[in-house]
Ligand binder design. Sequence first.
Ligand SMILES: [Zn+2]
Length: 124
Amino acid sequence: MSVSRTDAATVLKTILTTFNSYVCPGHPSPDADDLDVICDGTCMWTTAQKFGQAKTWAEIDATPTLYDHTQGEVSKGNWSIAWEGNAPDEWVFSEKLTENVRETTGGRVFIEPINTCILGVYPR
Ligand SMILES: [Zn+2]
């Protein structure tokens, strides 16, 4: 049993959409008098999915980063996702995230904190 790259990427994206306000403050409205348009965080998707060392430090702070077993502290077939920087406190313990990941991955994946800023991604 292992977690596919597609499912691992889905977990990464789910972190963006679950914590959207930490990933992106929103965008200026086309109508200057209106409030900013709320963003679901996916404007940072291209940045977030850059693999490991391809990311700058600023990008690592701004978005969670996916690592496979060769880079993270997990065994083969599992993944880890690290996010410190702009991340909400204790995001790895979020019940909302657990619930959202269950939905977006069709229950194929479970997540478990490795420490306070690294999440393990495992097959169910
Ligand atoms: Zn945005």
